[in-house]
Ligand binder design. Structure first.
Ligand code: C2E
Ligand code: CA
Ligand code: CA
Ligand code: CA
Length: 280
């Protein structure tokens, strides 16, 4: 930027201003989005690699913005976190996911566990109330084992007493916990001793080049071995090819999730997929 003239500087200032404006507008739009039912949950199957059966589903939020069309969670979740709206949105996600889990539990033999993404800022907020989530499951008469939550390593690394208490409450109630994006973060593994975790989800950056990068295969295998020794199950994210699937099976990975099996689907389409996958 040293050689930039006045025009360039003005250009950058203007674009910064635009994006700050943009963010404010989006945050305001988000405030009404829950009330106006602009959010929708998609569901992506998680497959047992050994049997090929769908054993779980991850709930992924979508925003149908009235003017901008579909906005990716990667674009609005950070703003929801910043503005604190993530608590309200997260509450909606949980209730919606639980409602569908209840329906699939009634429709399909054995039911299906639905896993819900959570943000660290949600856990850190006083407005996030675990008892309300648990009460909602009770009101649906849905067993807690049909819900799980995905958290990131960062949450555990600097977990306050309050965060720890919330996690323990979920655990004590029978809600399973998965570490999302495992391997890309801090990977200070000591937290695995302190918290009772059920699943590690290997980040898709390790899976992408599984067939060509020997290091990625070695790291994935090491994660699986370590997880199993600690009594955890492993889910590989972003499985797109048969080759990746076979390699994952070879190294003993328990479950896979990715476009090879299915893209995330609207609830009704996911339900059809489940019926077709022999769940009924
Ligand atoms: P994530 O939790 O790591 O979710 C997996 C992402 O990978 C999803 O993107 C999914 O659509 C995508 N994906 C699945 N299979 C494949 C594949 O085979 N190849 C590739 N390239 N991608 C695949 P999505 O739905 O856009 O979500 C992005 C992120 O937004 C999520 O990453 C999660 O961090 C966040 N997110 C989504 N829904 C929620 C939510 O309800 N609450 C919170 N707090 N965060 C959410
Ligand atoms: Ca996730
Ligand atoms: Ca992930
Ligand atoms: Ca993530």
């Amino acid at each position: 930027a040293k050689h930039a003239g006045r025009n360039c500087i003005r250009y950058f200032t203007k674009s910064l201003h635009d994006s700050a404006q943009n963010r404010l507008t989006l945050i305001n739009d988000m405030r009404v989005a829950v009330a106006q039912k602009q959010f929708e949950l998609y569901f992506q199957p998680i497959v047992d690699l050994g049997t090929g059966r769908v054993v779980k589903a991850e709930a992924l939020i979508r925003w149908h913005h009235p003017e901008r069309g579909m906005i990716s969670p990667a674009d609005f979740i950070p703003l929801a976190e910043e503005s604190g709206l993530i608590v309200e949105i997260g509450d909606w996600v949980f209730r919606e996911a639980a409602t569908w889990a209840k329906r699939w539990n009634d429709l399909f033999e054995g039911g299906i566990q639905v896993s819900v993404n959570t943000s660290p800022s949600q856990f850190q907020s006083d407005a996030f109330k675990v008892p309300e989530w648990l009460a909602y499951l009770q009101s649906l008469d849905l067993h807690e084992k049909y819900l799980s939550i995905e958290i990131t390593e960062g949450l555990l690394l600097n977990a306050s007493q309050q965060v720890t208490d919330k996690l323990l409450r979920f655990r004590d109630a029978g809600i399973q916990v998965a570490i999302d994006d495992f391997g890309v973060g801090y990977s200070a593994l000591s937290y695995l001793k302190r918290f009772d975790i059920d699943y590690l989800k290997i980040d898709q950056s390790f899976i992408r080049n599984l067939g060509t990068e020997e290091n990625d295969l070695a790291l994935s295998e090491a994660i699986v071995i370590m997880a199993h020794k600690l009594g955890l199950q492993v889910i590989a994210e972003g499985v797109e090819t048969e080759t990746q699937c076979r390699l994952l099976l070879d190294i003993g990975c328990d479950c896979g999730q990715g476009y090879l099996f299915s893209r995330p689907l609207p609830a009704e389409a996911f339900e059809t997929f489940l019926g077709g996958a022999g769940k009924a």
